[in-house]
Design a protein around this ligand. Structure first.
Ligand SMILES: [Ca+2]
Ligand SMILES: [Ca+2]
Ligand SMILES: [Ca+2]
Length: 398
């Protein structure tokens, strides 16, 4: 045992010493072929998607992150028009490698028929690369998986109405959050309430392909008109007014980002606040509405012209759902869920009507940054606040 520890210590010492040498050598004599070298990594699409579009599998504009296993040095590289990444004067080592290539809307339209954001090609199998000096070579790295990460999450649902104001319920809202490290665009993203016909006892929970919805609205914009910055919250209010005028214990929503204005009803339109676009809601309902105690909301990214019909409600393919949250009057009754567990494994809530309480995603701190908890299970991901927190988080403040 002692011998083995000594042996490992000796090896580490050699790595450390040779590593120090290499850094000094590289700085003083760039291109020293004994210890550093030039490599090319060829990124090849194995999903067939790029080959179908461009006639070749070379992956251009891919981001490759290499991190030296011994010294921790990082290299951020981008592949050229031939799908090649060139690295000069890199120290021989085992490198952790991560490769990702964002898909453009044009490319996604070729693949799915829809202009979709947030898709990328990744390598899902290779975690490390051995780069050895004196052995200049082209290393082939396959991108084998098309994946999807929603930067936009539902961060808060305020649905129950304020206390001490009778049956006042016009202050409801939904809040969204940009979880990613870059600007995202809300343009065209759909907000819909999940529907089951509880009167007839019909549940669509088991529908494996579609979320059944009614009250379908969409953010305006034609692509890049409504940016949301990393870490930013945006509220869509039933009515974007200062509700404290009518209900002293309510909340001021007169300066939030978006408003649901139902133009076929006697609804309020704050001219200073951008209106959401109504895609589908019954004429007889006087405003955008979410249930006070038990309901579910999804956000989705798809062409609204492609929404299916079922009786008098609409269908969103589950693959286009960005996020979904269910809330229940009794959180222990997950058997009463109306949203498929593919989207939300649990349920938040337990809030009574007219208590002013709100459901907000929990805040976590990761590497000095704020993130919101998202395990696709709102039983675990959400907390109950005593007050709504429009366009901020309770733990951060307004
Ligand atoms: Ca309204
Ligand atoms: Ca308005
Ligand atoms: Ca909030």
């Amino acid at each position: 045992m002692f011998y083995r520890s000594l042996n490992i210590a000796f090896v580490l010492l050699i790595i450390y010493v040779s590593g120090c040498d290499t850094i000094i050598d590289t700085k003083e004599k760039p291109g020293n072929a004994d210890r550093s070298a030039e490599f090319k990594i060829h990124l090849i699409d194995q999903t067939g998607h790029l080959e179908k579009i461009y006639g070749h599998p070379n992956v251009t504009n891919a981001n490759v992150l290499l991190k030296s296993n011994t010294l921790g040095e990082e290299y951020n590289l981008v592949s050229d028009e031939n799908g090649l990444v060139s690295i000069n004067n890199i120290i021989s080592d085992l490198y952790l490698v991560s490769t990702t290539r964002s898909m453009t809307r044009d490319e996604m339209e070729h693949i799915t028929g829809h202009r979709l954001d947030f898709y990328r090609l990744v390598n899902s199998t290779i975690g490390t690369l051995e780069l050895n000096a004196g052995n200049n070579q082209i290393i082939e790295l396959p991108l084998d998986k098309l994946t999807f990460d929603s930067p936009i999450l539902i961060s808060e649902i305020y649905a129950c109405g304020p206390p001490d104001a009778g049956l006042y319920f016009h202050d409801k809202y939904i809040e969204v959050f940009n979880q990613s490290d870059s600007i995202a665009y809300l343009d065209g993203i759909i907000i819909a309430t999940v529907y089951v016909n509880s009167y007839l006892g019909i549940s669509y929970e088991e529908d494996p392909e579609y979320v059944h919805v009614r009250r379908v609205w969409m953010f305006p914009g034609s692509g890049e008109d409504y940016p949301i910055n990393p870490g930013e919250f945006k509220v869509c209010a039933a009515d974007a007014i200062d509700h404290r005028v009518n209900a002293p214990n309510s909340v001021d929503l007169s300066e939030v980002s978006f408003e649901f204005y139902k133009d076929d009803a006697p609804d309020i339109d704050n001219p200073d606040i951008t209106n959401m676009i109504k895609i589908h809601q019954r004429f007889s309902e006087v405003d955008w509405l979410i249930s006070g105690e038990h309901g579910a909301i999804v956000i989705a990214q798809m062409n609204p012209d492609s929404l299916g019909w079922y009786d008098e409600h609409r269908l969103i393919p589950i693959e286009f759902v960005l996020d979904g949250v269910e809330y229940l009057d009794d959180v222990s009754r997950l058997d009463e869920k109306i949203l498929t567990t593919q989207v939300d494994g649990g349920g938040t809530g337990g809030i009574q009507f007219y208590t002013g309480k709100s459901m907000e995603r929990k805040l976590i701190r990761e590497n000095g940054k704020y993130k919101l908890k998202d395990n696709n299970n709102s039983s675990l991901d959400f907390q109950i606040n005593n007050r709504p927190t429009p366009e901020y988080h309770k733990e951060i403040g307004p």
